[in-house]
Write a protein that binds this ligand. Structure first.
Ligand SMILES: C[S@@+](CC[C@H](N)C(=O)[O-])C[C@H]1O[C@@H](n2cnc3c(N)ncnc32)[C@H](O)[C@@H]1O
Length: 227
């Protein structure tokens, strides 16, 4: 398949392609912060109505039919010092025990799930972040399983704001938007071109509008892996 690479800024590179092939070639990163397919068939969904225009409908592509194989989690742990993996409850049998699970409390007790869980590599206390799911509708979701930017910024903070972050299952690029706003380096990988193009646009926009009053790390340095 096509492997397209977009360099959006110094230390910000996006790859269109399969992370199983690209991850071993990118070198060592400080952290992987990601949200892999959970294998629960969420990639196509019906439109819903609601106060903020409702949830959009998405075409069924099939990427959420099965969860990724154990090997990709070994690759993720191998290329990075720290990790935050959303949907960790779907992959717990592939990951070591952890003290710091993250809970995104969606702030509503309705029919859908009350929240989501992330596994992290940190030996520190469990943390909970409450953000109403409506935040995503306000941001304007462009991907069927898009995370709110604030959830991903909080995730990055909970693993110590590492200077270079990789998201091998980038989707619409929310991790990259969070990293760009925080002045951190980012490497994103996405398999499907329409999502990749959305991620390019969203991250370029975030780079032009970083958060004010954030202490910026010095230029990201990437250490090459012997491959
Ligand atoms: C759960 S979604 C990520 C959504 C993202 N957190 C966001 O806010 O938009 C997982 C993404 O992984 C992509 N994907 C699935 N298998 C992949 C692979 N082998 N390599 C790269 N991307 C893959 C899917 O196309 C999908 O967009």
């Amino acid at each position: 398949m096509t492997h397209r690479v977009e360099h959006l800024a110094e230390g910000v590179t996006l790859h269109l392609g399969d992370c199983r092939e690209i991850l071993p070639t990118i070198g060592k990163v400080d952290a992987v912060v990601t949200d892999p397919p959970y294998g629960i068939g969420k990639d196509g969904q019906a439109k819903s109505s609601g106060k903020h225009g409702g949830r959009k409908a998405y075409d069924f592509i099939g990427w959420d039919g099965v969860r990724p194989a154990e090997k990709i989690f070994q690759q993720i742990l191998g290329v990075s010092d720290r990790q935050c993996i959303w949907g960790g409850n779907y992959f717990a049998d592939f990951l070591p025990p952890s003290m710091r699970w993250l809970v995104w409390d969606k702030g509503q007790r309705i029919n859908q799930s009350d929240g989501e869980l992330a596994w992290t590599s940190e030996q520190a206390a469990l943390r909970i972040f409450t953000l109403n799911r409506v935040a995503l509708l306000m941001e304007g979701a462009q991907h069927p399983t898009q995370k709110p930017v604030e959830v991903m910024k909080w995730s990055i903070q909970q693993i110590g704001c590492p200077r270079i972050i990789c998201d091998p299952f980038m989707g619409s690029g929310t991790t990259g938007v969070a990293a760009a706003k925080m002045g951190l380096g980012f490497i994103g990988i996405e398999l499907h071109e329409p999502y990749f193009d959305i991620a390019c646009r969203r991250i370029a926009d975030a780079l032009s509008r970083p958060d004010l009053f954030v202490e910026r790390p010095s230029a990201p340095v990437q250490e090459a892996l012997a491959i």
